[in-house]
Write a protein that binds this ligand. Structure first.
Ligand SMILES: O=C(O)C(=O)Cc1ccccc1
Length: 313
């Protein structure tokens, strides 16, 4: 199965109006599908794990701030999941406030941690000293402003949410980087493997084995030796004990490609508890070149040659 069935149902980091919902709406058919907002990434993934919905859209990586730790950790542990699609969304932030508040009055601001981190230059220049109150998403922070006794003055969200809620905009294009992009992933249960497209990505979670000097170099060598390029590598603590880490890696190619499959075999020998989180089409459709000696044909010829040598007759 290469994509969710036409009648598929979805969850996303909500409420309505998050950048994550905008990412979900790029999935064909999602605009007319059942869409269930979830309050956190973990809650969204649990709805997939317990079968309440078919797939969840969650943020994974930002061009300015890097990996979204909550997502990297949630997909790396617990019941296995599969990434079946990635979506890129250009991000533009606005500052909205309660109706009676002017820019000079803003003392406290709520938003998602990644949005806050990406607006630091504007905040420092325009409201130095403003205090941050963490929010579960940009849209949740904006909606909160409409509630009685909201404990903060302003929120950072998308222009779309500001307009829909009718909130006064005190600053537009407040992100530090004009063309920031966030990458989102569509996650399903592990019975789905999208077909290779020729421009694919494979995501892996590789625990760093204990008492294995040079393990990281050996892990990286599995990719290098087979001409598999990496597009993201991050280390995250497992939470078990100090110094216990796993690597979250995106590699170019699909598990159906011989060089990727062969790298996975090598990785399994070094770190047997590694997790395959899926092979799926790259959002930018960029194809990568494959050297002749790492092509499917080269691997096939090498296997046939060895098998012929192993025969006794
Ligand atoms: O809070 C949102 O709207 C999200 O979807 C998470 C997020 C936050 C900041 C940048 C991109 C995505």
């Amino acid at each position: 199965m290469s994509s969710p069935a036409p009648e598929a149902s979805y969850t996303f980091l909500g409420p309505e109006g998050t950048f994550t919902e905008a990412a979900l709406l790029q999935v064909p058919g999602a605009d007319v599908a059942r869409r269930v907002p979830a309050p956190t990434v973990n809650a969204a993934l649990d709805l997939v794990r317990n079968g309440s919905v078919d797939a969840a859209m969650v943020p994974i990586e930002n061009s300015v701030e890097g990996g979204v730790s909550a997502t990297l950790d949630a997909i790396s542990q617990g019941e296995p999941l599969r990434i079946i699609r990635e979506v890129l969304v250009p991000i533009t932030f606005v500052l909205v406030a309660k109706p009676e508040i002017r820019l000079n009055d803003v003392q406290t601001i709520s938003t998602h941690g990644h949005a806050w981190a990406q607006c630091q230059l504007w905040i420092t220049q325009n409201i130095p000293g403003a205090e941050y109150m963490p929010g579960s998403s940009t849209a949740a922070a904006a909606v909160g402003l409409l509630e009685k006794d909201c404990p903060y003055d302003a929120a950072i969200c998308s222009p779309f949410v500001a307009e829909r809620l009718g909130l006064p905009v005190l600053g537009s294009h407040i992100g530090d980087v004009a063309d920031a992009v966030t990458r989102f992933i569509l996650v399903s249960r592990p019975d789905v493997l999208p077909e290779p497209t020729g421009a694919d990505k494979t995501t892996l979670v590789i625990p760093l084995p204990e008492d294995h000097p040079g393990a990281l170099m050996e892990i990286l060598d599995q990719f290098a030796a087979r001409g598999v390029n990496l597009s993201r590598i991050e280390s995250r603590p497992t939470g078990q004990f100090l110094g216990d880490y796993f690597f979250s890696i995106d590699a170019e190619g699909h598990i159906a490609d011989a060089r990727v499959a062969d790298a996975l075999k090598g990785l399994h020998r070094i770190s047997p508890h590694l997790r395959f989180l899926g092979s799926y089409a790259r959002a930018d459709r960029r194809e990568h070149s494959v050297a002749r000696h790492t092509s499917d044909e080269a691997f096939r010829a090498a296997r046939i040659w060895v098998e012929s040598l192993q025969q006794n007759d």
